[in-house]
Design a protein around this ligand. Sequence first.
Ligand code: 5GP
Ligand code: MN
Length: 339
Amino acid sequence: MQPIHQVFNQLTESKKIVITTHQKPDGDAMGSSLALFHILVALGHDVKVISPTNWASFLNWMPGCKSVIDYERNTAAANTLIENADWIFCLDFNILARTKNMESVLLQSKAVKLLIDHHQQPQLSVFQYGVSDTTKSSTAEMVFDFIVGSGFDHLIDDNIAQCIYAGVMTDTGSFRFPSTSPDVHQMVAHLMKRGLKHAAVHENLFDNFSENRLRFIGNTLLNRMEVFYEYNTALIAITQQDLIKFDIKTGDTEGLVNYTLSIEGIKLAAIIIDRGEERKCSFRSKGNFDVNTFARTYFNGGGHYSAAGGFSLEPLEAVVAKFKTAIAENKEQLSSYTF
Ligand code: 5GP
Ligand code: MN
């Protein structure tokens, strides 16, 4: 993979461009993809954003979101776009398997593939150009760097500013995680000086949920949470019946994994959700516990040091049992707490 700046001088030659991201895109995946979409459209390219799957409805307000193609719903049209693309930007994921059913068509495509991502251990061999930086708070911040680095800072408008802000804000837990560098605050100051209304972005993202979702969270914390103080760990396991009973949609469980980290002493927070076709796991940690390695070792997954995920095809009870075995095997790390 060659450094991304090598394509900067080609950005003004009109191209057919596809932007894609990981399945079930979150705020950073969608925000970074749409920010890049707007800048490339402004530069005169023919650009389409393709999401491997559907996404949470709380992202629909983002400028440009309505034009995003859901690969699972429009597979044939999306395949044609991928086959005919000159460039394919891959944002906010490290391995093509994170694009679920798009993986094979992406691999077959003759398009130049470009990576912009901040996850560990990227699949470098499939990208011709790219930037992979695990110290970055978010892919949205990296898209900002891409825009500024390529000399198009003056094209950052309100739409782009909102998309970048949404991405960095969601991926840093509202500027709380250690990844929130001075550069992040400087970038936000820059966007605000351009007129960004940050409070509106927070409201759009966090104050648009259903009553059901709040009741679901109440039920989850009351009845589905287990705390293992000897391992500084808390686990939430959610059944399919819970999802049906509370009419839980894609994105309604976003952020739920973080709640238990607010319990004093808890260092590892985990959630396992029975989504029917698979059991999806999310892990978050504070201090010196590496959930990227944990997710890779036990749950076919990966991610970052303090936020990672994975999945299992075994029944929920078996995945919960595996989790308990896994924390017992990591007892030494989990019980020694240092920041
Ligand atoms: P989340 O728990 O919010 O789904 O994901 C947390 C982090 O872990 C994200 O950065 C995401 O990219 C990564 N991640 C989540 N699920 C998987 C997975 O199944 N495989 C891999 N490799 N990474 C994952
Ligand atoms: Mn991200």
